[in-house]
Design a binder for this molecule. Structure first.
Ligand SMILES: Nc1ncnc2c1ncn2[C@@H]1O[C@H](COP(=O)(O)OP(=O)(O)OP(=O)(O)O)[C@@H](O)[C@H]1O
Length: 393
């Protein structure tokens, strides 16, 4: 049997690779049983221990050096990754720088605006309020104002915008709703008519585009007069709602860009179906402290409802702004900017005031005559509460 085995394996080479699966079956056998293994260990032992040690240590070194020595491919990868990280860092730095600069610019602009507002006693509240005007020239440089308006301003002798004009005009030109409070005679009329004309751009071919409500006929007439001074040389039409106009006019045939009316007359025209306000883009409530008095509320409500254009811009101008007016205004306005010139609900600083205790109704008349005797030189304008009392003067 031994002979036959040696015969069988004599001069042949055992291809371990080829018979790897079979070889694996015998792998668990002990070394004594396995000749080939014996042979293998014999050859290993034949080498000098020193040499073996060297081999091992050189292997170790190799492995060690493989870890520490730079491999070109890996290095390229490493450096490209590094470059990528560096690039991203640089990009982030540039972004941060831009953000920082724009923040700085914004802060500088806000500081400048605040100083300018302080200079003109302008107080504002609301989000993203545009800067106040430095001059009328900015109307054309910042907002492309038509030449006819600037020409009319120059003809009227208006050199500088008044404080309310400085702030309310940019607010309205930026498409924001606004409620403004500024003393009597401070130029409120132009503060709302100028941006209105600028935003309307061209005369209307399609009905009324702006409404100005005034609490009294005289005030409405005065506003119409002021407005007409500004449209000189243009093809715009500013109309005052008169009694005959309420009765007879067919507004679908009457060219009208801006209509100025009292709430009562406008309500009558709306009820008589003589007027379509669905295309109105601007609604101004002038002297709103008077407009929001209880007796006019229903008429105002009727006008506000008839102006049904969803993108309408509403604004409110007044010499005083009582809390109830502000509350009512907020209920119909969206994201409105509040502009107050001077202190809210106080008279103009340029108007001298004196408080006189007159006692009785009779005493008032005596006190007034005394004032005339002392220092008042007619012509003098006297405001009274009722017509009856006017008769006693
Ligand atoms: N920028 C300006 N420079 C010089 N005068 C101006 C300027 N703006 C308006 N005015 C004039 O000031 C006067 C008062 O203006 P306006 O009637 O608009 O004031 P108001 O604030 O509406 O007053 P009220 O509260 O009585 O209605 C008018 O004669 C007007 O022409």
């Amino acid at each position: 049997m031994e002979k036959s085995v040696s015969f069988l394996f004599g001069g042949t080479n055992f291809n371990r690779k080829k018979f790897a699966p079979d070889f694996a079956k015998f792998k668990n056998c002990t070394e004594e049983d396995d000749d080939s293994n014996k042979k293998l260990s014999f050859f290993e032992e034949e080498e000098e221990p020193e040499k073996k040690k060297n081999i091992v240590s050189s292997k170790k070194r190799k492995r060690k050096s493989a870890n520490s020595e730079p491999v070109e491919g890996f290095d390229v990868f490493k450096s490209s990754k590094k470059a990528l990280v560096e690039g991203k860092k640089e990009e982030q730095n540039t972004k941060n720088e831009i953000l920082e600069n724009s923040k700085k610019e914004l802060n500088q602009r806000m500081e400048k605006d605040a100083l300018s507002r302080k200079q003109y006693n302008i107080h504002v509240s609301g989000n993203n309020i545009p800067p106040p005007l430095k001059s009328f020239a900015e109307l054309s440089s910042r907002y492309g104002c038509k030449r006819y308006i600037l020409r009319n301003l120059a003809e009227l002798g208006f050199k500088e915008p008044t404080p309310i004009q400085r702030q309310a005009i940019p607010v309205l030109l930026s498409g924001r709703e606004c409620f403004a409070c500024a003393p009597t005679g401070s130029g409120k009329t132009f503060a709302f008519i100028c941006p209105m004309l600028m935003k309307l751009k061209r005369p209307s071919t399609d009905g009324i585009r702006a409404i100005i409500l005034s609490p009294a006929r005289e005030l409405a007439a005065q506003t119409a007069r002021e407005g007409k001074k500004l449209i000189k040389g243009s093809k715009f039409h500013i109309r005052l709602m008169t009694k005959p106009l309420v009765k007879t006019a067919d507004f679908s045939k009457l060219p009208c860009d801006v209509l100025i009316s009292t709430p009562m007359r406008l309500k009558r025209a709306i009820k008589a179906r003589k007027i379509d306000l669905s295309k109105v883009e601007y609604l101004v409530l002038d002297e709103s402290d008077k407009l929001f008095e209880q007796s006019l509320l229903k008429q105002i409500d009727c006008v506000v409802k008839a102006c049904s254009n969803p993108s309408i811009i509403r604004s409110l101008f007044s010499a005083t702004l009582p809390d109830f007016v502000e509350e009512l205004a907020r209920s119909i306005m969206h994201d409105a900017v509040r502009v107050i010139i001077g202190r809210k609900n106080t008279a103009s600083e340029t108007v001298k005031q004196k408080l006189v205790f007159a006692g009785t109704e009779e005493g008032k008349l005596i006190a007034l005559r005394q004032r005339f005797a002392e220092s008042l030189n007619p012509p003098v304008l006297i405001f009274v509460q009722s017509k009856e009392r006017k008769g006693t003067l």
